[in-house]
Design a protein around this ligand. Structure first.
Ligand SMILES: Cc1cc2nc3c(=O)[nH]c(=O)nc-3n(C[C@H](O)[C@H](O)[C@H](O)COP(=O)(O)OP(=O)(O)OC[C@H]3O[C@@H](n4cnc5c(N)ncnc54)[C@H](O)[C@@H]3O)c2cc1C
Length: 274
């Protein structure tokens, strides 16, 4: 198997913008014809499931805890970076991109880091719209602090509980789509295998942790958002449930697994990449 990051061609700043413009669109009326599986309902999975449901797709979302609110994202503390340049201390998309590549020891995929820096501002707007109570200054504007060795103040935070507050925001968005009938939530379900049809993931096998029964679900696409794998290491701030189980099943089915040493890269930018 060849390692292919599928980075679009073109100048660094334009790669993903060009790709988005050229990508095939699904007509809004046709989105309800597609079924998607999202495994995981932490910050990554809950926001993916909520966004896809809001777009009109039929989503089935799985987690092994008794509630999406129990995902390990709840443990994150420090904050989330964005190049808003509110304090006017010289920040920019390019500087956030540069700091993040440097913080990753120049080993990250530059085009993807640039895209992350580009959307960082939208992530803050989306979270604020979901009701995440970021810290504010006396004037009411969102506050920033310097974090993770950065030379500028670009970290948005909610005391020492940013992850918890973000997770509650993502959970609210997810609950809205569950209420609207666009997302079906399956808690206490553990992914035990992935179904491959013609080299594509088309379904999953789960164990119902309440009844013990094995269940099978089919879809047009499967998204794994199953979090970190801290228990691989002797010392970690991750919970025991961060056990690499789902990623290992994907690996066994042929997915490539790269850079296991990159369990968290600072400065963090968007809880999704920690
Ligand atoms: C102490 C701490 C502090 C941090 N501080 C920061 C910070 O300041 N800034 C920052 O950006 N990041 C920080 N991070 C990192 C950040 O919190 C994580 O990268 C991020 O929250 C991971 O989100 P996630 O949705 O990928 O995973 P998780 O929140 O772990 O969610 C994983 C989901 O997958 C499900 N799942 C897993 N395996 C299976 C399976 N086999 N079957 C079914 N479901 C499964 C779980 O039930 C869960 O719903 C911190 C992390 C820790 C631990």
């Amino acid at each position: 198997m060849q390692l292919d990051g599928k980075i679009p061609a073109g100048a660094l700043q334009d790669k993903w913008d060009k790709y988005r413009f050229k990508a095939k669109l699904v007509n809004p009326a046709n989105k309800r014809k597609y079924n998607l599986i999202v495994v995981g309902s932490g910050l990554a999975g809950a926001s993916a499931a909520a966004s896809l449901g809001e777009l009109g797709y039929n989503v089935q979302c799985f987690c092994f805890q008794d509630s999406p609110r129990r995902a390990h994202s709840i443990a994150a503390q420090g904050g989330i970076n964005a190049a808003k340049n509110y304090p006017n201390d010289g920040d920019s998309i390019w500087r956030l991109f540069y700091d993040t590549v440097k913080g990753g020891d120049f080993r990250a995929r530059e085009a993807n880091v640039y895209r992350l820096a580009q959307v960082s501002n939208n992530i803050i707007d989306q979270c604020a719209a979901q009701g995440v109570p970021f810290a504010r200054e006396y004037g009411g504007m969102l506050d920033n602090r310097s974090f993770g060795g950065a030379q500028v103040s670009r970290t948005f935070y909610a005391r020492g509980q940013t992850g918890q507050q973000l997770l509650l925001g993502a959970y609210s968005a997810l609950s809205r789509q569950i209420g609207a009938g666009k997302v079906q939530m399956y808690t206490r379900h553990e992914l035990v295998d992935i179904v491959i049809v013609n080299d594509r993931a088309r379904g999953i096998i789960t164990r119902n942790l309440v009844s013990g029964e094995m269940e099978c679900y089919a879809a047009d696409a499967v998204i794994l958002a199953t979090g970190g794998y801290g228990t691989v290491f002797y010392l970690s701030t991750n919970a025991d449930s961060c056990n690499v189980g789902a990623a290992f099943k994907a690996y066994k089915k042929g997915a490539l697994f790269a850079n296991p040493c990159f369990t968290q890269i600072h400065p963090p930018c968007g809880m999704h990449v920690g």
